[in-house]
Design a protein. Structure first.
Length: 278
């Protein structure tokens, strides 16, 4: 009987040791899995790294940044990034490079995404000043893609003052900097070469004296900016049918103008103001 009790005690002890050993192995496996999840990918290189150093998500832009048309001094903003917190998100603007969004909650699958990549400027109505900077080609959002419009404003330092989303997946950022306090940085003419400046000055002079309409002024200046690659090419027609409809409408306008032109010539000729058949 004593031998039997001793044997049961030994067996129970061995069973306990085995159970503890298996429990330790289980926790080791769990910890190993956690470590593996944290290190499966590297830190993002877009926007000089992510906002959260614990982040593991690589953000890949859909394209390279577009050409920066502007005074050469604006290049000093490239390589710098500015952050702004709003509710559960942090936004990061890297001027003339990209805009990213990062969920502030520290979770292994917290959201991070590219909202847009630098693309082009919009301009004032008379094409005298740079207006907003457009960052497009962001991550998909339903049937479209995310984009950002950045307003550049005068400030004593460089910082983001506001981020909004007036239309779903299309964001607006107010960015202040001392660089936008001076005409030399905001006026288009200062970013042009001598020939371009001459065209701009001539167009402004003719417009100011009524020799050129606003449309003519815009056309002359846009031609220079297009040569420099500073005007985004727009797709005017989404289909052949749409193109044919536009052509038919323009052709009808042309025929109407041609008819009126001939009528005017006839009136002028009848009154001796121009020679016949001019």
């Amino acid at each position: 009987k004593q031998w039997y009790q001793r044997r049961v005690a030994i067996t129970a002890g061995e069973t306990m040791k085995t159970f503890v050993f298996l429990l330790i192995q289980l926790f080791t496996c769990i910890n190993a899995i956690k470590v593996e999840i944290r290190t499966t990918s590297t830190h993002s290189k877009i926007g000089l790294g992510t906002l959260n150093e614990q982040s593991v998500l690589n953000l890949k832009p859909s394209k390279e940044p577009g050409k920066l048309c502007g005074h050469v001094s604006l290049n000093q903003l490239i390589g710098k990034c500015f952050s702004y917190s709003l509710e559960k998100y942090k936004y990061r603007l890297c001027p003339f490079m990209n805009v990213t969004q990062h969920e502030r909650e520290n979770r292994w699958n917290s959201y991070q995404g590219v909202l847009g990549v630098w693309s082009y400027w919009t301009y004032s109505e008379d094409f005298s000043k740079f207006d907003k900077g457009v960052y497009d080609g962001g991550e998909s959002c339903g049937t479209s893609f995310r984009s950002v419009s950045v307003r550049h404003l005068c400030g004593t330092r460089s910082y983001i003052a506001n981020v909004s989303e007036p239309v779903t997946c299309h964001y607006e950022i107010s960015f202040y900097s001392p660089l936008f306090c001076h005409d030399v940085f905001t006026d288009i003419i200062h970013s042009l070469d001598l020939d371009g400046q001459k065209v701009f000055l001539k167009a402004d002079w003719e417009y100011s004296r009524g020799f050129l309409t606003l449309k003519g002024l815009q056309s002359d200046k846009k031609a220079i900016l297009k040569q420099l690659g500073c005007i985004k090419d727009e797709i005017k027609f989404k289909s052949l049918d749409e193109c044919e409809m536009a052509y038919t409408g323009k052709h009808a306008q042309y025929e109407d103008l041609d008819r009126k032109y001939e009528e005017l010539k006839e009136v002028l000729s009848d009154n001796g103001l121009i020679p016949p058949h001019t």
